[in-house]
Design a protein around this ligand. Sequence first.
Ligand SMILES: [Zn+2]
Length: 289
Amino acid sequence: MQLTFTDSPLDHAGLKRSDPDWIADQMADPAAKAVLFAGGDLALDERGDPMIVPARRTRLLPLKPPGLVFLGLQNGAPWFAGALQRGVAEKGPDFRITAMQAEPALACVFGRARSLLQWHGRRKHCSNCGAENALADGGAKLVCPSCGTEHFPRVDPSVIMLCWSGEKCVLGRQASWPQGMYATLAGFMEPGETIEQACARETMEEIHRPVLSATYVASQPWPFPSTLMIGLTAEIEPGDLIPDDDLEDARWFTRDEVRALYDSELARWAPKHFSISRLLIERWLAGEV
Ligand SMILES: [Zn+2]
């Protein structure tokens, strides 16, 4: 099971992209493609497919600032991304659906594009002095021409953990989720803590149980808008759970109960390959903790 967004074919060309002439050459390359967004979702072409066009053709299209951003090279062929002005093209389905249905390499390209474009959409001005930022490194950073501050795309690390004790695990649900849906606990890391400390703190905050030990399993870029999910399994002290306010419920599950939960309509909402939560659950079901 290859986790979505984790097997990117893109070479970010970090040693070359600071050269504006090199970026211009990539944009002029006949093989260069650009994926275009309408808001947070992909734009659709006339046939209803994701709008992927030759990068050179985007000169004629009304793009939001800063225009095209460079994503990387796939087997030497450049990829770019741009956000269309509102109303120019039809929006595709919710980005989660698009990413679930895309072939794995393309889902990675779409995910990196979404994270970068969402960041650019919120960083037009320098957070230090308010001047308008200038694009640098093909969009891999912004530089303030007034005070010189460099701004780098934001990534928010988040711990996500399958908590277990004995033969049971803990899953929780938020009120906004589909009826009956339960998943692993998760939360953003805070400054000054290790991954293990964040896992212990979040587990204590969310269900009021202490973590005995935590083991790193895998990570997943999560472009909503730009989180890095750090997946762990955590053995916790058994006992009563007290769900935090942001959880509607949290409870202990046996393996049979978890299998029943995911052998249902919910499986389509969260297919096995799509989320690290599901990967952690599947590993636990298989006895791999
Ligand atoms: Zn500034």
